[in-house]
Design a protein around this ligand. Structure first.
Ligand SMILES: Cc1cc2nc3c(=O)[nH]c(=O)nc-3n(C[C@H](O)[C@H](O)[C@H](O)COP(=O)(O)OP(=O)(O)OC[C@H]3O[C@@H](n4cnc5c(N)ncnc54)[C@H](O)[C@@H]3O)c2cc1C
Length: 413
C-alpha cells in the first residue's frame, strides 16, 4: 500500500518513519523548497517520547534535548506556589523533552531520509488539490510561489499532515474560515542566559492574560557558561483583529518589554531574558472547533490539520505524534484501509477534542488564573490561598485528559 503524506512537519515526518517501519510504502510532500530549523522551543511529553523511543529515536533526542526535571508555577511577583517533577523524575518510563522545534524537525527529517530514502521526500511540493477515484487517491502538487503545476501522484491513501492552514481539511470543510483567534498573542524567542533553578526546570509565571513560559532547550552550556533558554510571553492582545497566522512573523521587542518591566526576580530576570533575544516572533494564539469527522474514504487528517489547539500544557507536537501511533496501529490491524482510517478517527478525534476544549479553559495553567484572582497582591503562604489538594486535583485532571496519566502510560510497551 502506498501512502502519500502531505506536510513534512513534526507529524508528517514522524508518520513517514512510523508507517515505513510498519511495512508501508510512503512518500512525503512538503510545501517549502528547503527545510530549515524554524520555530522556537516545544515540549514532548512522556506519552509522545514513548512513541519516538519505539521508533528508535530516543538516543538522538537525548543528545540535544533537555530532559525536563520539574514544572514550577509562580505568580506575577515570582513567588512559587506549585511544583511537580516531570518525565522520568516523576516515575514515568520515558522523559519529557524540551527541544528546539526546528532541531526536532531536522532530526525527524534525517531519520525519515534514512528510513524511506531521500528520493521519497519531495520538498517544494505544495498540495494543490486531490481526488479519490476507484480506490486510489490522485494528488496534484504545485510550486507554491509560482503556482506552476509540478506533478500528479497516485497513492492508496492520503494523510493530511499539512498544519494549521491545511489544504486537505479545507477540501472537506470549505466554509470553515480561518482558525479562531483566542484574543491572546504569543511572543516567542530564545536567549542565551545563565541557567535558572535546576538548569532543567520549566517555569510558568503570571496569569491568563499575562503569562511567561520559560525553559531551557539545550543541555550544554556555551563557552561563557550560558544555556539556550526558550521563552513564550502569552499576552492579551490590544488588536483583537490580529489575524496573520504565520509562525515566522517577527515582532518588535519594544512591544513586549514594557509589559515585563517589573518581572525581575532573584531566580530569573524576565526583562533581561526578552531583551537578550536576537529575534522575537509573534503568533496569534488560535485553534479550531473540534470536527465531527476527519477520515473520508482513503483520506484522513493528522496533527494540527486535524485538531489545531492552543499550545498550552505542552501538547501541540505531542498530540500529533500520538496520532501517528494510533494511525499506524489501525492500519496494521485492519486489512481494509478505509476501516482503518475510521478506527484511527474513532480513537483520536474524541481524545484530541477534549484537549482542544480543555486548553480553551487554560488547561493546567488554570491554576495560575485561580491564584491571581484569589491573591492579586501575592501571598505569604500559597496553601492559605489554595490547598495542596485543590492544586493537585487540577493538575492531575489535565494529565488524565491529555493522556499522560503516569500509571496508565507506564503499562504500555
Ligand atoms: C515554521 C513553523 C514554526 C513553528 N514554530 C512553532 C513554535 O515555535 N512553537 C510551537 O508551539 N509550535 C510551532 N509550530 C507548530 C508546531 O510545529 C505544531 O503545532 C505541532 O508540532 C504539530 O505538527 P504538525 O506536523 O501537525 O504541523 P506543522 O509542524 O505545522 O507542519 C505542517 C507542515 O506542512 C507543510 N504544509 C502546509 N501546507 C502544505 C501543503 N499544501 N502541501 C504540502 N505541505 C504543506 C508546512 O510547511 C509544514 O512543514 C511551528 C510550525 C511551523 C510550520
Amino acid at each position: 500500500m502506498k501512502i502519500l503524506i502531505i506536510g513534512g512537519g513534526i507529524g508528517g515526518m514522524t508518520a513517514a518513519i512510523s508507517l515505513h517501519q510498519a511495512g508501508f510504502e510512503v512518500e512525503v510532500f512538503e510545501s517549502v523548497p528547503t527545510l530549515k530549523p524554524l520555530g522556537v522551543g516545544i515540549n514532548l511529553l512522556p506519552h509522545s517520547v514513548r512513541v519516538l523511543t519505539n521508533l528508535g529515536l530516543q538516543d538522538r533526542l537525548s543528545e540535544t534535548a533537555v530532559a525536563t526535571r520539574e514544572l514550577v508555577y509562580f505568580n506575577k511577583f515570582g513567588q512559587r506556589f506549585w511544583d511537580e517533577p516531570r518525565g522520568m523524575f516523576a516515575g514515568y518510563r520515558w522523559p519529557q523533552f524540551s527541544i528546539h522545534r526546528g532541531e526536532l524537525q531536522m532530526l525527524l527529517f534525517r531519520a525519515a531520509q534514512e528510513n524511506i530514502g531521500q528520493n521519497r521526500i519531495h520538498t517544494g511540493h505544495h498540495l494543490h488539490s486531490f481526488v479519490e477515484q476507484d480506490n486510489q487517491v490522485y494528488a496534484k502538487f504545485v510550486d507554491k510561489d509560482s503556482g506552476e503545476i509540478l506533478t500528479e501522484v497516485k497513492g492508496d491513501l492520503l494523510i493530511g499532515a499539512d498544519g494549521i492552514h491545511s489544504v486537505v481539511r479545507q477540501h472537506f470543510y470549505p466554509n470553515e474560515g480561518p482558525p479562531k483567534f483566542s484574543g491572546n498573542v504569543l511572543y516567542r524567542g530564545v536567549t542565551k542566559m545563565k541557567s535558572f533553578l535546576t538548569g532543567s526546570s520549566m517555569a510558568m509565571i503570571g496569569y491568563a492574560d499575562k503569562k511567561m513560559v520559560v525553559y531551557p532547550i539545550h543541555q550544554t552550556l556555551d563557552e561563557d557558561g550560558k544555556q539556550l533558554i526558550n521563552w513564550v510571553g502569552d499576552i492579551k492582545a490590544e488588536d483583537v483583529q490580529f489575524s496573520i497566522r504565520d509562525w515566522n512573523r517577527q515582532a518588535d521587542k519594544q512591544k513586549l518589554l514594557p509589559q515585563f518591566e517589573s518581572w525581575r526576580f532573584d531566580w530569573l530576570d524576565v526583562y533581561k531574558l526578552i531583551e537578550g533575544a536576537a529575534n522575537i516572533y509573534e503568533f496569534p494564539m488560535s485553534d479550531r472547533d473540534p470536527l465531527e469527522r476527519w477520515s473520508f474514504g482513503r483520506i484522513t487528517l493528522l496533527g494540527d490539520a486535524a485538531h489545531p489547539m492552543y499550545p498550552i500544557g505542552s501538547n501541540g507536537a505531542s498530540q500529533a505524534i500520538l496520532d501517528v501511533d494510533a494511525l499506524t496501529e489501525s492500519l496494521q490491524s485492519h486489512p481494509d484501509p478505509v476501516a482503518a482510517l475510521q478506527q484511527y478517527e474513532s480513537i483520536r478525534l474524541p481524545a484530541t477534542a477534549k484537549v482542544v476544549l480543555q486548553n480553551r479553559q487554560q488547561g493546567p495553567d488554570h491554576i495560575m488564573q485561580v491564584m491571581e484572582e484569589r491573591a492579586p497582591n501575592g501571598f505569604s503562604n500559597p496553601y492559605e490561598v489554595m490547598s495542596f489538594a485543590e492544586m493537585d486535583a487540577m493538575m492531575s485532571q489535565y494529565r488524565r485528559i491529555a493522556g499522560f496519566d503516569r500509571d496508565t502510560l507506564n503499562q504500555k510497551a
